[in-house]
Design a protein around this ligand. Sequence first.
Ligand code: ARG
Length: 389
Amino acid sequence: MKKVVLAYSGGLDTSCAIFWLKQQGYTVICLVADLGQQEDFSAIESRAYAAGASKVYIKDLQDEFIRDFIIPALKANAIYEGKYLLSTALGRPLIAKHLVALAHREKAQAVAHGCTGKGNDQVRFEVTIGILDPKLDIIAPLREWDFKSRQEEIDYARSYNIPIEVTKKKPYSIDRNLWGVSIEAGILEDLQQEPPEDAYLITKSPSAITTYPRYIEVYFEAGIPRKIDGRVYKLKNLINYLNEVGGCYGVGRSDLVENRLVGIKSREIYEAPAATILYTAHRELESLVLDRELMHFKEIISLKYSELIYYGLWYSPLRQALEAFVESTQKYVTGSVRLKLFKGNCTVVARDSKYSLYKKELSTYGKGDKFDQKLAEGFIKIWGMPYKR
Ligand code: ARG
């Protein structure tokens, strides 16, 4: 019998996919990737078996996700269209990598995913799989079956006793991991509507809470966050902690109409408290320790880097080359940044580094000025010389 390894989330789509793949004559092996989505994995496992899986692997990939994907993206200050810190986009190549590895181990001919034919995620999965093993067949059940609506799919599940979560149907499509939550569909498709509070999963409403701000200090070592308020944290705990604290202050929400790779504009909202705090702090520290030219050039790289992540090109030669560039810029990104979390905002209030390029004796307007202002005159003459007619 033919074997397929399916990326299984436990949701309606991938549950129906198990059953559908079986109907196509496949033995279905499920890979459940734990990227920090905080779900009940034993319930997911039973659901997979009940839907017809022959084997279920649950893999905790959080540390690998952080080390190989989140940290490089943070060092690059990767953000798509100025608002999206790329949580979903960063997870896909990692899941794809493990799909391929499991297919090899299980001697499967094919891998499958539960993405629709309209989104970015199908591209990210398939491009990655194609790079890592071009000989594997790829099956995308959602592009092949023809349910006209979600209700039809639910009816299909019911009629074949495919177990689905019995909760009141969630009106949104949600993807969550350590780096953030992506929320779309339902009322969010109406661009005129403010997202209702119930759409958010991990952040409190900025207006509802907290009369007092919370100050928090993040310490980085060569671009990697190591301490919060002087205490050393393992990266996973550090991110979870910042998600919790930031979430309490409503930090890290964004709402955007984004350009998908397949040419569609779509409205999505995001929650990324930890990512927002770390991104803000990391950028600030770079402002302090990188010289102007390096910093400005890195901003250009950052833009391209984000596109490559969004476009599913994580394993492309260009992304890898840019990673090497970014890595080379992080040597001096050591120091601490103090931030103020208040009513949804995350503001830098102080920074410090032993590699700081800030020289008060040069910038001061007060006592102790060492900047020789007379030199400025000659500098300006020569600087402006080419532009005189
Ligand atoms: N638009 C985001 C991206 O392409 C998130 C996609 C998944 N979103 C979701 N709500 N299921 O990376």
